[in-house]
Design a binder for this molecule. Sequence first.
Ligand code: SAJ
Length: 418
Amino acid sequence: QRCCVVGLGYIGLPTAAVFADCGWDVLGVDVNPDVIAVINEGDVHIEEPGLPQLLRRQVELGRLRAALVPAVADVFIIAVPTPIDADKRADLTYVEEAIRSLLPVLAPGNVVIVESTIPPRTMDDCITPMLTEAGWRVGEDLYLAHCPERVLPGRILHELIHNHRIVGGVDVDSTRRAAQVYRTVVQGDVVETEAVTAEMTKLMENTYRDVNIALSNELVQISDQLGIDAWEVIRLANHHPRVGLHQPGPGVGGHCLAVDPYFITEKAPVESRLIRTAREINSDMPVYVTKQIQEAMKGIASPKVALFGLAYKGNVDDVRESPGLAVWEILSQEVGWQVVAHDPFVSEKKVALPLLGEEDALQDADCLVILTDHTPFAQLEGARLARLMRTPFIFDTKGILQLNHPDLIVRRLGTPFL
Ligand code: SAJ
């Protein structure tokens, strides 16, 4: 069976590699010639544990190759980005272009699957009409389904195989055929539904997380006001069998939680009040964090601030919608301080600012701000920080530090300053 995966990013590339590993003959397609060249050499352009080895093996075995345009196949999987525009509405350009790129190679009996995250009703109101207008009888000679990806960066290869999948076709036959495709690869359940339910399910999963993180970020602000330790409240409340408060932090980043809720608010702006408010709380967190840093730096003229962690979350190299970048922007551009950044996972190419090594960043700093829970940050040594920094003030927005060196002043977001 031949499978063509359109879009070789964080989702498409691992998907292509896993399908190849399960015996499919896979063609990966991307508009970026550099990406194509790298993959055909057996290398990868993104950071994901286990992917380099898996991909190299599949390329060497001849089961996976990459090209700029799609070719004839049995199944097409679309995994291109759906960004939001300035009005916080889904930009479907890439998905539409991907569908258009298939038109010259589609054949009767093909299954076309959209994995990209899309607003509710997109399959029915946008994708199906595109194919119908091209002359296809969807559900009869062409099968069309939405199968949202749900993998967690950092664990993608494991989750691609073991997570349950939701498959929603635009009609019953499409659902059945698309579900069969995933059953060749997935060890979790493949749950069948219709397209619009699959679209909404995916969005609600990420919205659930966004709203719950907003609740904890609100708790942080209430706790700061009332002199309560928010982390202790979360720890104790989570002893309750039906409570699972999330972790607060400097904001919510990544291309999923910080974006997907808008796909709901765009379609039902009046009804989605809680979702909208949660988004506001989370996207305002970098401002809240910088205000606290400014408060702490009050007595220091022109402080040097070292920001640790520009990736949107721990142990990944992805900086999309990252709270760390937002904090950098406010402190360096609006406040005008000397701000330096360090992130062992992120390459300078990905951020339009210089990144320093750990020691250079800490040297003579007046404030160290932890913005991402990268594992190496949890191992920072108190004595070293005290020796290198000019003012040994540390602000931990992720609650990961265990420092108790007497010379350090360590403050955790949402914990009263003692
Ligand atoms: N975060 C918190 N507190 C928490 C958990 C996360 O502040 O308690 C922050 C993180 O630091 C990060 C952001 O939220 O900035 C998002 O991180 P994440 O680990 O929650 O999620 P993503 O964006 O890496 O992946 C999510 C996952 N969705 C769910 O868990 C419901 C993943 O399964 C999806 O496949 C992915 O979105 C996606 O592609 O939609």
